[in-house]
Design a protein around this ligand. Structure first.
Ligand code: SAH
Length: 215
């Protein structure tokens, strides 16, 4: 009950006030128990307006960033969605509320295992997780009407663009290792349409079509 109240406050003060207005996204943010995706010691900060550490030097994104990226995917309910960077699994759960089937790739096995456990406990049956380098996408399951990358990339990985059908949307932070621009790339009949949604700060996307792992 207390957590539900904290979520309602979060939605009003952090999301609605900053212009998130997709009713389905707001509903999902009210529904998903974000505190279940953070460490025990940080539970009282789960609904605060910032990212939090999740171990392995990674973070669960700020609620506003999760809502902004999700809204940009414009999900209606029937989509197949690919997520790169499962992390805590929180963004995955939000997507699972809003689309038909979610495929999510994480390079750090321990995070993927933890995310699986919580997603199972919360009853998300429409989520498939995989451990590996997500910068090449998930060829066997492509195309995806929505693709979301929750780590910062030096460029837009070409394989992800290739796995977007006409009408598909890709949301990805692109920039240097410390700050990025959140890009929305939509494949239209006539080509790719790129929109800059603003500045952001993500952990690095490491892999073949991201940052090199050893630098
Ligand atoms: N959406 C997650 C964000 C976690 S941080 C959440 O809110 O909890 C980004 C995650 O991307 C990290 O867990 C990191 O390990 C992962 N990552 C980085 N490069 C990756 C790659 N090439 N493939 C898959 N996952 C990657």
């Amino acid at each position: 009950m207390e957590f539900a109240a904290a979520r309602n406050r979060m939605v009003e003060s952090q999301l609605v006030s900053r212009g998130i207005n997709d009713a389905r996204v707001l509903e999902a943010m009210r529904n998903v128990a974000r505190h279940r995706f953070v460490e025990e010691a940080l539970v009282n900060q789960a609904y605060s307006d910032h990212p939090l550490p999740i171990g392995e030097k990674q973070t669960i994104s700020q609620p506003y960033m999760v809502a902004l990226m999700t809204e940009a995917l414009e999900l209606k309910g029937r989509e197949k969605v690919l997520e790169i960077g499962t992390g805590s699994g929180y963004q995955t759960a939000i997507l699972a509320e809003l689309a038909e089937k979610i495929y999510s790739i994480e390079r750090i096995r321990s995070l993927s295992v933890k995310a699986r456990r919580i997603l199972d406990q919360l009853g998300y049956l429409n989520v498939v997780l995989k451990v590996g380098d997500g910068t090449s996408g998930w060829k066997d399951e492509a195309p995806f009407e929505g693709i979301i990358v929750t780590a910062g990339s030096p460029d837009v990985p070409q394989p992800l663009v290739d796995q977007l059908p006409v009408g598909g949307r890709l949301v990805i932070p692109v920039g240097d290792r410390y700050t990025q621009s959140l890009l929305r790339i939509a494949r239209e009949e006539t080509g790719l349409k790129k929109t800059d949604l603003g500045g952001c700060r993500f952990v690095n996307l490491l892999g073949k079509h991201g940052w090199k792992e050893d630098s």
